[in-house]
Design a protein. Structure first.
Length: 333
């Protein structure tokens, strides 16, 4: 079966989605939507796709099977729910709404419609991520009993000024955690076998005058094996540094530094390099969108659940929601 696809939101990330849709053998881009007339006309002309300025009109098209949601965070839940109710499968950009309640409502809409909902955590498809997951699931290194992760990136005032929905609690729902570091939090949670938040701190250091949300966050988390995980993310770094993730297992360690993975086991240390040099868009987004989208359509075609299920994505939102709404300083609630 060939899936006819609509992309809602023709901003920065939409190019990665359109590229991925073109890579999928069983998907065809049929329509695009944006409230910005210039972006809409450009995307519709370049893609020779139908253009809609109101997403309801795109959803009303019976022949469209799937929609990709590439709009600002505050619209993810509503548009996903409307799309699922219209009988479409949904590939929603991260985050899964802005709160746990949003994510639960999205999952409920998917369950009730019988349609597939996935959330774009494309970094799970990076070579180093898949290798770590394979080793953990293989069991020879024992359980994951601790770790740490650092996301140190650079976002300046101009970045926030260029897109007014960013830097606001109402429209972005947070900043460095919900927008940039969410991928690494999701990755760590996935590899750790799930964890619970024990403590979080949110601060605005460099960007306090430019945004109302956090530019720096740290967390303490704990998994069912009693392992402690520390997580630090900031948009205050001088450059976009490699993401660093360290996992401690009962019989070894894993150090992911960007695309390089160092494995330490009883038999010694080894370095595996998963750099592809094939980044689409900014390198630090990874080149996972193609893999994510191609695999999404392959699984949909074969009647399989998506790689990232709604239930799974919801767990990352549960931890993040606790960090923002359970432990955040009063002025951030
Ligand atoms: N997975 C990743 O690595 C990754 C990377 C970057 C961005 N993103 C996510 O992608 C989403 C979009 O981010 P972006 O950087 O492309 O933002 P953007 O502001 O560049 O694009 C958003 C687009 O949505 C349009 N839009 C707003 N309201 C709309 C509506 N009601 N109907 C239709 N279109 C509407 C805007 O006009 C704009 O063109 C966000 O959720 C962001 O977190 C994900």
């Amino acid at each position: 079966m060939e899936f006819k696809v609509g992309v809602i939101g023709c901003g920065a990330i939409s190019g990665n989605h359109i590229h991925g849709i073109h890579q999928a053998e069983n998907a065809r881009l049929a329509a695009v939507c944006d409230i910005d007339e210039t972006k809409l006309q450009k995307a519709a002309a370049e893609q020779q796709a139908a253009g809609y300025s109101d997403y309801h009109d795109l959803l009303a098209r019976q022949d469209i099977d799937t929609v990709h949601i590439c709009v600002p965070h505050y619209l993810h839940a509503q548009i996903s729910i409307d799309a699922l109710k219209s009988g479409k499968h949904v590939l929603c950009e991260k985050p899964m709404g802005m709160t746990l309640a949003d994510a639960q409502a999205m999952k409920r809409a998917a369950d009730e419609s019988g349609k597939t909902l996935t959330v774009c955590f494309q970094n799970r498809y990076n070579g180093a991520s898949l290798r770590m997951k394979e080793l953990i699931d293989g069991g020879s290194l024992g359980r994951v009993i601790g770790g740490s992760a650092f996301v140190c990136w650079d976002r300046d005032e101009a970045y926030y000024a260029s897109c007014p929905w960013r830097g606001s609690w109402k429209t972005e729902g947070g900043s460095v955690l919900i927008n940039q570091a969410i991928h690494t939090l999701d990755l760590m949670r996935w590899l750790a076998g799930g964890f619970e938040l024990r403590h979080s701190t949110m601060t605005a250091k460099r960007l306090a005058d430019a945004i109302e949300t956090e530019d720096t966050c740290d967390m303490l988390l704990e998994n069912s094996a009693g392992g402690r995980f520390v997580f630090y993310c900031t948009n205050c770094a001088s450059v976009n540094e490699n993401i660093y993730l360290h996992l401690i297992l009962e019989k070894g360690e894993m150090h992911m530094d960007g695309a390089r993975l160092t494995l330490i086991t009883e038999s010694g240390a080894s370095l595996e390099d998963y750099s592809t040099g094939k980044g689409v868009g900014k390198d630090y987004w990874g080149d996972g969108h193609d893999h994510f989208i191609v695999d999404f359509y392959r699984r949909l075609g074969e009647g399989l659940p998506p790689f990232v299920t709604a239930e799974d994505a919801l767990e990352t939102m549960r931890v993040m929601d606790a960090a923002y709404h359970g432990h955040a300083p009063a002025r951030h609630r």
